[in-house]
Design a protein around this ligand. Structure first.
Ligand SMILES: [Zn+2]
Length: 674
């Protein structure tokens, strides 16, 4: 931070230290804050700590800017912090209140909304021993000040939201600076954040302002399923940790040139404690900040630059055989996102492959920081490590730069990211099941998940209200976007995605922004598509109900003869084919039927799809039939019932041998990687 700002903060912190009537613990913490700041002063005076400038002009409206001092005590799983939040009212009305997210209070006890909703489980992970205090966490506000005045507040829906009374109205366009001191106690790692042995994932670790739009604040409690929503800004974050720890973090480390050897170091010495050091971190135009830390004796790191982005990958020594795969997945993601959307604009990207006993932290995204994951057991070669890395990178766009409201419209980040992930995996990777022999769709897992709950909640349902969150936020939107692509055509859909990402980057898009852009680019009215697939719960479900042979011309009389006595009975057998189709779902769409007749002739007919059932007759028996032969509807429910042949195709020995041998091979490979 600039020297002038540092000094004013220092003076105010020293003033705070003089407050009377505080507990011994609070006073000790004040001393710690002031000591930390005093310790930083000489570094600033040396002139080596000036923040880099990432962008000549801001990419985003910088409404929530943080200068943070954090002091981490790993053995106690605590972080003591002070921050300056410089916030601009970009709304249309003045506000006298400001809500802060205190996310860690979701782990304070069993009565938080998060714990009541999730019951201590999330994403297949379970919280630590509930009877062990160190399994729980909290975020405790010590003080909040505005313009020298101490502010008070009250909790919101639960203690994960704290409403601050500002003591005066902050007008539209006005900027104010709050000074906040707090203590974070991390839970045993679970639901993205916390500690595990020597590893700490510091996520959702500081008081964070909600989003003010128009005359309304959005600052939802921390719910079990849903994630986050924040404004963009700059972050200058100093993290004081014991020597020997590496930090994998959002943003860029301001390097220190060690006078002893002239080498650049990521961390600065703590001038008041030679057992500690300070990471001075900086970022622009992001809306959250997280870091992971672990002893550098037990952590590996690989740095490389790809397409101008400096990538740092932190991983377990035992995961070294997987690292080339992570690197390739990162490079592929950077390249394809640039081709499809726009170039990743930040100068840095950090990737963490967390330890196995910290799986609660993996598979998560933060601006310029992604938490990957290693899964050695992958018998169908779904390429799980690549899927996770590609997915989390995709969030750099759909969440990171297109900062939609993850609580109230989770499909805009998870669904679009799942679509990106499917596209990357189909384009670049081949697994066992989508190989040439087995030919299942590349997004097989999305498809299967969707087919199991096709009529799940509307995509626009709030995340914490949805009973089908996984499907509504992830797999259904992936299928809906695949369906939109089939409707618009690949080229048009590519233009839609590129335009949407470019126009809505560094904003807070809603589904209406996406619809507006899709309609403009395609020149089509998408009202019915939106009501069917985005806002609706219906499914597209057509099936072949019955195929039969009609022998109606067998028997009867030929009455074309002049004399009745000459009438001849008809004995010629002229069988016809008949097929009965059924609409089982609520969504009505015209659909094509393809048939092959016993004569070898192939025919296509188009059904408007409106009635519940219909039959079509053909001049010869049907030997094969397929609904939607041109794959107009990737979202068609249960495609098995959309095709018919007199007997099921048989799989030869080679088919099953390939499946079994591959399964064994990939299983053994997993054992070798463990
Ligand atoms: Zn995701």
């Amino acid at each position: 931070m600039p020297l002038s700002k540092c000094c004013s903060f220092l003076i105010k912190s020293t003033f705070c230290f003089k407050d009377r009537g505080r507990s011994e613990e609070e006073s000790a913490m004040k001393q710690l804050f002031c000591r930390l700041l005093l310790g930083l002063l000489p570094l600033t005076l040396w002139g080596q700590a000036s923040n880099p400038v990432w962008f000549k002009a801001p990419l985003a409206p910088r409404l929530a800017n943080y200068e943070i001092e954090a002091y981490v005590t790993p053995e106690e799983h605590t972080l003591k912090g002070s921050l300056k939040l410089t916030w601009k009212n970009a709304g249309t009305q003045a506000t006298t209140k400001m809500p802060l997210h205190l996310y860690l209070n979701a782990f304070k006890g069993p009565n938080s909304i998060f714990m009541r909703e999730g019951g201590g489980s999330l994403r297949g992970d379970r919280m630590g021993d509930e009877n062990d205090q160190s399994s729980w966490g909290y975020c405790r506000i010590e003080s909040i000040r505005l313009e020298g005045r101490s502010l008070q507040g009250s909790y919101g829906e639960d203690e994960s939201v704290y409403w601050v009374n500002l003591t005066r109205a902050v007008s539209p366009g006005e900027t104010v600076t709050l000074e906040i001191e707090w203590v974070s106690q991390f839970p045993r790692v679970f639901a993205r954040t916390g500690w595990s042995d020597g590893f700490l994932m510091a996520a959702q670790w500081f008081p964070k302002v909600g989003v003010y739009q128009g005359s309304q604040w959005t600052c939802d409690a921390h719910h079990a399923n849903t994630e986050f929503f924040s404004d963009f800004g700059t972050y200058a974050v100093n993290v004081n940790v014991p020597r020997g720890f590496w930090l994998a973090h959002s943003g860029e480390a301001i390097t220190y040139i060690d006078p002893a050897d002239g080498l650049k170091k990521d961390a600065w010495p703590d001038p008041l404690d030679d057992k500690r050091m300070i990471y001075k971190l900086y970022a622009e135009d992001i809306h959250d900040f997280a870091f992971a830390m672990k002893s550098n004796l037990d952590w590996k790191r690989r740095d490389f630059t790809y397409r101008g982005v400096r990538v740092s990958l932190f991983y377990e020594p035992s995961h070294h055989l997987m690292i080339d795969r992570h690197v390739a997945a990162i490079e592929t993601s950077l390249r394809l996102a640039e081709e499809w959307y726009f170039k990743y604009p930040y100068p840095v990207l950090t990737v963490v492959d967390p330890p196995a006993n910290a799986s609660g932290a993996d598979g998560m995204e933060y601006p310029t920081l992604i938490m990957a994951g290693t899964s050695a057991f992958d018998p169908f070669n779904f390429r799980i490590p690549e899927v996770v890395t590609v997915h989390e990178f995709g969030h750099q766009y759909f969440y990171g730069m297109l900062a939609s409201d993850e609580v109230n419209e989770p499909w805009l980040d998870e669904g679009f990211t799942s679509y990106f992930e499917s596209k990357v995996m189909q384009r670049h990777y081949s697994g066992l099941l989508n190989s040439r022999r087995f030919q299942l769709p590349g997004n097989f897992s999305s498809l299967m998940s969707y087919l199991m709950t096709p009529n799940s909640d509307p995509l626009t349902r709030k995340g914490y209200e949805s009973a089908t969150y996984g499907n509504t936020a992830y797999t259904k939107p992936d299928m809906v976007l695949q369906q939109l692509e089939a409707r618009l055509g690949h080229q048009t859909m590519s233009q839609v995605m590129m335009t949407y990402t470019r126009e809505m980057a560094f904003k807070h898009p809603t589904h209406l922004d996406f619809k507006r852009i899709a309609e403009r680019i395609s020149g089509r009215n998408l009202d019915s598509f939106w009501s069917d697939y985005v806002m609706g719960t219906g499914i597209l479900d057509y099936q072949i109900e019955e195929v039969s042979v009609l022998n109606t011309q067998e028997g009867g009389w030929d009455i074309n003869q002049k004399l009745e006595a000459e009438f001849e009975p008809i004995t010629t057998l002229m069988p016809q084919g008949r097929i009965k189709l059924q609409r089982r779902g609520e969504i009505v769409s015209p659909i094509t039927l393809w048939v092959r007749l016993s004569t070898g002739e192939e025919r296509k007919v188009r059904w408007d799809g409106k009635d519940r059932w219909v039959h079509f007759d053909f001049p010869a028996p049907i030997v094969q039939a397929q609904l939607d032969p041109d794959f107009e509807y990737p979202i068609l429910n249960n495609r098995l019932y959309a095709s018919w042949s007199p007997k099921a195709p048989t799989r030869g020995i080679a088919y099953w041998a390939h499946m079994v041998m591959s399964f064994l091979t990939y299983s053994l490979q997993g054992i070798g990687l463990l």
